[in-house]
Design a protein around this ligand. Structure first.
Ligand code: 2BA
Length: 110
C-alpha cells in the first residue's frame, strides 16, 4: 500500500475530492498553509494500493491547475541599517499540485 500526499490549492480541492470519491478512492482532507506564502492550501492523504497510484496522480493532474499569485514580501529601503520596509509585489506560480508518494508499512482499521 502507498500513501499519496497531495498539497493542492483550496480552489481545486473540492473538485479533486469529488473526482476521487466518484472513482471509489478514500481520502482525508487537512487544512494546511504553505511555508512561503503563509496562505491556506489543502493537503489530501490518499491511501491506495500500489497499482492505483498512477491513476490517482492522473486524477490530480487533470483536476489541479497552476495559477499566478502576487506576493508582497517586505523589502528593505535605505542603507543605514535602520531601513524601513516597503511592500514589493512579486509574482509566483503556485501549483497545480505537490505530490509525495510514500510506502505504508502497515495499515490497520480498528
Ligand atoms: P508555499 O510554500 O506557500 O509556496 C507557494 C509557491 O511559492 C510555490 O508553489 C512556489 O512557486 C513559490 N515558492 C515557494 N518557496 C519559494 C522560495 N523559497 N523562493 C521563491 N518561490 C518560492 P509550489 O511549488 O506549487 O508549492 C505549493 C505549496 O506546496 C507550497 O506552498 C507548500 O505548501 C507545498 N510544498 C511545495 N514544495 C514542498 C516540499 N518540498 N515539501 C513540503 N511542502 C511543499
Amino acid at each position: 500500500m502507498k500513501m499519496v500526499i497531495a498539497i493542492v490549492q483550496d480552489k481545486d480541492s473540492v473538485k479533486l475530492l469529488e473526482e476521487l470519491m466518484t472513482k471509489g478512492y478514500r481520502a482525508t482532507k487537512l487544512s494546511s498553509s504553505g511555508g512561503f506564502l503563509r496562505s491556506g492550501n489543502t493537503t489530501l492523504l490518499i491511501g491506495v494500493d500500489e497499482e492505483k497510484v498512477s491513476d490517482v496522480i492522473e486524477i490530480i493532474k487533470e483536476t489541479c491547475h497552476s495559477r499566478e499569485q502576487l506576493v508582497t514580501p517586505m523589502s528593505p529601503v535605505g542603507t543605514t541599517g535602520t531601513e524601513s520596509f516597503l511592500p514589493f509585489p512579486v509574482e509566483v506560480v503556485v501549483g497545480g499540485a505537490t505530490v509525495f508518494v510514500i510506502d505504508v508499512e502497515e495499515f490497520h482499521k480498528a
